[in-house]
Design a protein around this ligand. Structure first.
Ligand code: FMN
Length: 394
């Protein structure tokens, strides 16, 4: 069995993005149309910039799949950047002559990767950094994760997301069991009610009017995750730690909460533990009365839905630029402006789903390892059967 891993390559305005995904078992059905659905979800959103109108993302499967099924070999994907034709000279791989416009950028955007990246890599053009730091790269993650999601769905694991807040406006929904997921999917801000939809859009409109940007919090939920994914036995093998790392790797994400992590700090201990009781209808023979822990205890899934809240900051690039500096001359200037979003919270949701899918795929493969989908399913079901040894013997 090959260890699961994936890599992406590609700058924002080069010919396209490459993805290599290794460790996906054989015999999983997958198609380019299936991947496209998730990719289009990353492109929708109230307050997204002009680029989304240019790009219509589609990942081409270049290898690792034959006649609609995975082979168990590395899968490679190619996502063309539709805007590439306008960037032939600025992003040329070959040297270009000095009189050609390479869209050089020397004005730092505060809050972007520009300042540390340009100095650290010894560049004289900020574009050498911002092109890869751009969230265009997340299109590659979503494409890769769409295959992971298909794999997880074979084991009954599904991943969803919705927006909890935009700016200072918080959702009025407190019970996620009541969320209408069709509504979320059709809302331009991935809100879970009309009331939230309207108030989130108002905040975004205000940000646009004031020529600034706005962030928020979104929630990613995985259902059907079996008990026992991850382990308490070593710090770097804990599931919550792995999820936090993968989520915070998303561009502009600055905070992670598993379950009611922050809210629980305002309550007494007896109010926030998930008390379990016998329940022979539950696959584990026990069920909890609540899910304050967000489905993870001791670095292991406990069989409840995994709930991750993700805080994403307001975007750095603004139509009313902040004061900044020119990295070459040292002069005080206005920050550069490149086409940009006003609010990316809803567009980040599929990226959050992607990172959770990738992390869970890695962990599930480690636990139920096998080369074919059938072998993994066999391992999975024989493990699940061991739960029946508990809670049943008076
Ligand atoms: C879906 C999505 C879209 C984004 N769009 C933009 C954008 O249009 N302009 C911008 O300056 N930053 C955008 N960002 C955020 C930057 O990529 C990010 O702030 C930058 O790479 C610096 O990294 P950091 O904020 O994680 O420290 C976006 C992030 C996501 C997840």
């Amino acid at each position: 069995m090959t260890k699961f891993r994936f890599l992406t390559a590609g700058e924002s305005h080069v010919q396209g993005l490459n993805v290599i995904l290794e460790g996906i078992p054989s015999n999983l059905s997958i198609s380019e149309d299936y991947i496209e659905k998730d990719m289009s979800r990353r492109q929708k959103g109230y307050g997204s910039g002009g680029r989304m109108k240019i790009e219509k993302d589609r990942a081409e499967i270049k290898s690792g799949v034959r006649h609609g099924k995975t082979l168990g070999s590395p899968i490679s994907l190619w996502i063309e950047n539709k805007d590439w034709a306008n960037w032939l000279i600025p992003m040329s791989v070959k040297e270009v002559s000095k009189d050609q416009d390479i869209k050089r950028q020397t004005k730092i955007v505060p809050g972007h990767a520009d300042f540390p990246g340009t100095l650290k890599f010894n560049h004289k053009d900020v574009r050498n950094v911002l092109e890869r730091a751009s969230a265009r790269e997340t299109a590659a993650r979503v494409a890769a994760a769409s295959i992971c999601k298909k794999f997880l769905s074979e084991l009954g694991i599904n991943i969803k997301s919705w927006v909890k807040s935009v700016g200072w406006e918080n959702s009025s929904i407190s019970n996620i069991d009541l969320i209408d997921w069709n509504f979320v999917e059709n809302s331009e801000v991935r809100a879970s009610s009309l009331e939230d939809d309207e108030k989130f859009k108002k905040v975004i409109d205000r940000a646009k009017k004031e020529r600034t940007t706005i962030g928020g919090v979104f929630q990613v939920i995985a259902t059907g995750v079996p008990l026992g994914i991850g382990t308490h036995t070593q710090w770097d093998k804990k599931l919550d730690g792995k999820i936090a790392q993968s989520m915070i790797s998303i561009n502009a994400v600055k905070g992670i909460e598993i379950g009611n992590g922050f809210g629980n700090t305002e309550k007494f201990g007896n109010q926030i533990q998930d008390v379990i009781e016998p329940n022979l209808d539950d696959i584990r023979n026990f069920s909890p009365k609540s899910n304050h822990a967000g489905g993870i205890e001791g670095g292991m899934s406990n069989g409840n839905p995994i709930i991750v809240n993700v805080a994403i900051k307001p975007i750095a690039t603004m139509t009313r630029p902040l004061p900044s500096v020119d990295i070459i001359t040292g002069e005080v200037v206005e920050a550069a402006y490149n086409r940009s979003d006003i609010c990316q919270v809803s567009r980040a949701c599929p990226v959050g789903e992607a990172m959770l899918a990738i992390t869970l795929t890695e962990e599930i493969l480690e636990k139920f390892g096998g080369d074919s989908l059938q072998e993994i399913k066999r391992n999975y079901s024989s493990y699940i059967k061991t739960f029946k040894e508990y809670g049943n013997k008076k």
